[in-house]
Write a protein that binds this ligand. Structure first.
Ligand SMILES: [Zn+2]
Length: 268
């Protein structure tokens, strides 16, 4: 681990995890020890006139100065979005200033209305504007076929393939003890209810091919195994455009096991 040595002269100015160094204001990214020491106090050595710290540079970041509190607030809010760092947040905030007042109002209103008025389908838990979603209300779709997915994004991805004409069931996540997500946090009981209500011939499990996804698949399989319903899983194999020699053994092995009729493969 690489450490930097900072000589912090104005050490008494640590307030709300902030301190000054060479006239620049820094924010500690970990809580400061009640004694006023920086979070790196295990590495501290001190003498009477000057206090020095071994400071891992990741622990502190310089507080960027903004010419306006309104701009800083906007940057703080943009930076809370997933995948948006502070530099991008600043770019987005400055871009908002270039747009007309009407455009910014429409943008803000869309976000507020989204959070306030969005509904979840009472049948499949997909996002919708009414009580049931467009897919569940579409009588031309095959209601005996249910594709189980993790989130709404997967519904959109599968719909874009135009290969599936059944209905969906959105779990709202997958079982992940590390993240504190158990079966009770997901829409699994409502799936069991749907199956018990009858009329469903096949459940297609289309979850992530991760350990958490496999755990969830197995849990659902156990829950539904006493019902007269076929439970299938989406094929796992080589991606389109991939070369066989670069595929990992597990994927290649599964592709051999899950081989399909050539005639069926040329239909796509
Ligand atoms: Zn629905």
């Amino acid at each position: 681990m690489k450490y930097k040595i900072y000589n912090i002269l104005i050490i008494n100015n640590i307030n709300n995890n902030k301190f000054f160094f060479n006239d620049e204001e820094y924010q500690c990214t970990l809580p400061v020890h009640p004694s006023g020491h920086l979070p790196l106090y295990p590495f501290l050595f001190a003498n009477k006139s000057k206090i020095s710290y071994f400071c891992r540079d990741l622990l502190c970041r310089m507080i960027q100065k903004y010419p306006s509190l309104l701009l800083e607030n906007a940057v703080n809010e943009f930076a809370k979005l997933p995948g948006i760092g502070r530099k991008t947040a600043l770019r987005l905030a400055l871009h908002s200033l270039k747009r007309t007042q009407e455009e910014v109002d429409t943008f803000g209103k869309a976000i507020i209305m989204l959070r306030k008025d969005i509904n979840y389908c009472s049948v499949c838990h997909n996002i919708c504007d009414d009580e049931t979603c467009n897919i569940c209300s579409d009588l031309s779709r095959d209601s005996s076929l249910i594709c189980v997915v993790e989130n709404i994004k997967e519904v959109m991805a599968i719909e874009n393939t135009a290969q599936f004409r059944g209905l969906y069931h959105v779990l709202g996540g997958i079982i992940s003890p590390m993240d504190g997500v158990g079966p009770g946090d997901l829409q699994i009981e409502s799936l069991v209810e749907r199956v018990k209500n009858g009329g469903i011939k096949e459940i297609i499990l289309a979850l992530s091919t991760t350990m958490e996804g496999d755990t969830t698949n197995f849990y659902i399989y156990r829950k539904l195994s006493n019902n007269d319903v076929k439970i299938s899983i989406i094929a796992r194999g080589i991606s389109v455009g991939d070369e066989i020699e670069y595929a990992d053994e597990i994927t290649l092995g599964r592709s051999i096991l899950n081989r399909t009729n050539f005639k069926d493969s040329i239909r796509l």
